[in-house]
Design a protein around this ligand. Structure first.
Ligand SMILES: Cc1cc2nc3c(=O)[nH]c(=O)nc-3n(C[C@H](O)[C@H](O)[C@H](O)COP(=O)(O)O)c2cc1C
Length: 185
């Protein structure tokens, strides 16, 4: 099958057994066959420092250059993330900052869907709200509805990472379909 679109996934949790990694894989499994999907890894990316970014240096750190190049292949993004202290996890925000700089930012103007799972009761609503000003500054095109808020994730995924919650599955499907139809290609 020829791939017509590319969607890159970003996960706000790096831990083994992460519910958000599971959620991202569930979302990816619902993408149409002609969409290429890849999760962008970022555990080797340093903390943002403007002294190590263009134009202060001629080249960004190699891991950042690689990360930005992968993001540049994306027609759209899916972000699956927990909420840390009522907000975006620092590691994820850090790589968004690295990718946000320059006229060639690979994030700017692109569609994005945020989904999230938490073991708490509020299903990442505050993390998702914290992304709104980021998307505004980057002139991104967030698919806001439906909201996908997976609360008490420990009761909703089985050991193989399947999501046992029909309503959430149908909301993810709706959101993913909207994201794909928002892609320009
Ligand atoms: C640093 C830290 C901060 C957290 N803050 C919140 C929070 O603000 N709200 C919440 O519902 N859960 C919070 N949690 C709990 C996470 O929801 C829970 O650990 C979740 O499973 C993390 O996602 P993951 O399974 O994808 O790693 C926090 C966890 C950590 C490690």
């Amino acid at each position: 099958m020829e791939k017509n679109k590319t969607i890159i996934g970003l996960c706000g949790s790096l831990r083994k057994g992460s519910y958000n990694q599971m959620l991202l894989k569930v979302a990816a499994s619902l993408l149409p066959d002609d969409v290429d999907f890849e999760i962008a890894k970022y555990d080797d990316i340093p903390v943002y420092n403007e002294d190590h970014d263009l134009p202060a240096v001629t080249e960004r750190p190699e891991s950042v250059t690689r990360f930005r190049a992968l993001l540049a292949t994306a027609d759209a993004f899916i972000i699956a993330s927990p909420e840390y202290n009522y907000s975006i996890p620092g590691g994820l925000k850090n790589v968004i900052d690295w990718a946000s700089r320059g006229k060639d930012s690979p994030l700017m103007h692109k569609p994005v869907a945020v989904i999230g799972a938490t073991q708490g009761l509020w299903g990442t609503v505050r993390m998702q709200a914290a992304f709104l000003p980021v998307f505004t500054f980057l002139n991104m095109n967030p698919v806001l509805q439906p909201e996908v808020l997976v609360a008490q994730a420990q009761n909703k995924f089985d050991e193989s990472g399947n999501l046992n919650d029909e309503m959430t599955m149908s909301l993810i499907k709706e959101k993913i379909n909207k994201l794909v139809s928002t892609c320009k290609i």
